[in-house]
Design a protein around this ligand. Structure first.
Ligand code: KIV
Length: 275
């Protein structure tokens, strides 16, 4: 992609997304590769290079094994494949929790080496000060409350949060503190009915829901889930395609053609020049 073409379109920046609070819902999807980013770019306001890449692309059991280097490589690919959407890259487990200084060094590296417009961190009581530290030093941050995949080893399984009044109050408070620390938007993942709407009505930053009801300022899904690439999808996912079925049929047809010597055919081979 030429730099001229890149300059022709300005991607939304953190303040543009922040200003979308209460407006037309913000459309977000995850992306990990250049060709998929290119397909999503036209339709999405924001592409998240989620650390879900560990499970979706690399076959890891959870997001804990994802490294900064993996996020940089996938962030670079998504930036190359897109030109219009805002690109946000997840900070992986272990890259921001230790200290605000270490978080800054890692976030700055992600931003410099990928060219992305912001980073995302999973918010919690200890991370709020880090968000404040990063934002004050020029790094736009998206927060993430509710079900936090990086903390499932401590918090328990991948299941909806905020089912008790205590947990609801804690998540609402985390969302409020995350926003006060300067996050330009907050992902609300896997929370019980009504809580996302309450968070949306309480905080000044837009909420981006995943398994959190329509009571949010925007929505995000893991692209591979909504395209039907897995045989199991969580309850909150709507499958817009059955790519797993389509790929299975296509590969079976190819295998049959190869075994029956029907592929390649005359249209798929090179001929020598006459004479
Ligand atoms: O890693 C990811 O894909 C995410 C989304 C599920 C919001 O954090």
């Amino acid at each position: 992609m030429s730099s001229q073409r890149q300059e022709a379109v300005r991607r939304p920046a953190a303040p543009d997304i922040h200003a979308r609070k209460g407006q037309t819902p913000i459309v977000c999807l995850t992306a990990y590769t250049a060709p998929v980013a290119e397909l999503l770019d036209e339709h999405c306001d924001l592409l998240l290079v989620g650390d879900s890449v560990g499970m979706v692309v690399h076959g890891l059991p959870n997001t804990v094994g994802v490294t900064l280097e993996m996020m940089i490589l996938h962030g670079q690919a998504v930036m190359r494949g897109s030109r219009k959407a805002m690109v946000v890259v997840d900070m992986p487990f272990g890259s921001y929790e230790g200290s605000a200084e270490a978080a800054y060094a890692n976030a700055a590296r992600l931003m410099k080496e990928t060219g992305c417009q912001a980073v995302k961190v999973e918010s919690g009581p200890t991370v709020v000060d880090t968000i404040d530290y990063l934002v004050k030093r020029g790094i736009p941050v998206m927060g993430h409350v509710g079900l936090r995949p990086q903390s499932t080893l401590v918090d328990g399984a991948f299941k909806a949060r905020g089912k008790t009044s205590e947990e609801r109050a804690r998540i609402l408070e985390e969302a409020r503190l995350t926003t006060e620390a300067g996050a330009f938007a907050v992902v609300v993942e896997g929370v019980a009915e009504g809580l996302a709407r309450e968070i949306t009505e309480t905080i000044s930053a837009p909420t981006i829901g995943i398994g959190a009801s329509a009571g949010c300022d925007g929505q995000i899904l893991v692209t591979d889930d909504m395209l039907g690439l897995f045989d199991w999808t969580p309850k909150f996912v709507r499958r817009y395609a059955d790519l797993r079925g389509e790929i299975g049929k296509a590969v079976a047809a190819y295998a049959e053609d190869v075994r029956a010597r029907r592929f390649p055919g005359p249209a798929e081979i090179y001929f020598a020049k006459a004479g």
